[in-house]
Design a protein around this ligand. Structure first.
Ligand code: G
Ligand code: MN
Length: 260
């Protein structure tokens, strides 16, 4: 068997074997410094290879169709973590889930969410946030608007992920039903050092704010970026500077407000 075939065969068994895990990375309110959302990130703990990052296996899951049951597993799995947040006195925090292209286009996403939310009233739908890539939304804006409107009608929040990677027309953004946008790490990488980068970032912030959309900067790695972003009215922050993705218990131990 080729390495790919071997991985595919193992992936098929991984879900039943409980080898998928969620890591969590906090997002913070830029003004109060408080953690507001935990982004859940999928990891595969392969028995021999150890921790496999999603770039290695997600495309395989999409090709094999495993992405659908896996995506549903993530959605229902995160609900269990709310009780643990409440126990630790962090009950106001939401949890976000990244939605893959296949899952977004599947046609069953809204029905699945509705059934899942109906099973148990706690936590409320508003404690769940879906992250949908900008590129995916812009591929078929009319269809995305239909799905995202239905998601928000359930009370679930929507974030447009990796914003600023070049696909969104400014005209399209105003039609997209969303609660926030997450700036791609590439947009904020040099904001404090490069005038063009700063100009682009400022214009996205100004556009989003005129549409009443909060802006979360992701991929923040340096203190100077953090300072620039706060001075330029960014609403939320996420990145290695504050916290790396980590298993829930490790994340919880390190969780606290940023000094702002
Ligand atoms: O596509 P999305 O933005 O959801 O991807 C999140 C990924 O980005 C995670 O796998 C996480 O490990 C990574 N990440 C989170 N914070 C940082 C950061 O500050 N710098 C870099 N380079 N990557 C980050
Ligand atoms: Mn994301």
């Amino acid at each position: 068997m080729s390495e790919r075939e071997e991985m595919l065969a193992r992936l098929d068994l991984a879900m039943g074997a409980g080898e998928f895990e969620l890591f969590f990375q906090p997002q913070y309110d830029a003004r109060s410094g408080r953690p507001i959302v935990l982004e859940s990130l999928l990891r595969w703990r392969h028995p021999e290879r150890g921790l496999v990052p999603p770039v290695v296996f997600l495309a395989m899951c999409e090709d094999s169709g495993l992405i659908l049951p896996l995506g549903r597993w993530m959605l229902s799995e995160v609900r269990a973590y709310h009780a643990r947040l409440a126990e630790a006195d962090w009950s106001g925090i939401s949890i976000s889930v990244n939605i893959s292209e296949v899952q977004f286009q599947d046609g069953e996403l809204v029905d699945y969410l509705q059934r899942m939310l109906a099973q148990d009233a706690a936590p409320p739908a508003s404690a769940l946030e879906l992250e949908v890539q900008e590129s995916l939304v812009m591929k078929d804006p009319d269809e995305a608007i239909r799905v995202l409107s239905a998601v928000r009608a359930l009370g679930v929040k929507v974030a447009i992920d990796n914003f600023g990677t070049g696909y969104a027309s400014m005209a399209a953004l105003q039609r997209i039903p969303a609660d926030k946008i997450k700036l791609d790490g590439s947009v904020v990488r040099n904001v404090d050092q490069d005038a063009n980068s700063a100009a682009i970032c400022r214009s996205i912030l100004s556009l989003a704010h005129s549409l009443k959309l909060p802006v979360i900067a992701q991929g923040v790695e340096r203190m100077e970026q953090f300072e620039w972003l706060r001075a330029n009215d960014v609403d939320g922050l996420q990145g290695y500077l504050f916290a790396r993705p980590a298993p829930f218990d490790d994340m919880l131990r390190g969780l606290g407000a940023l000094p702002v």
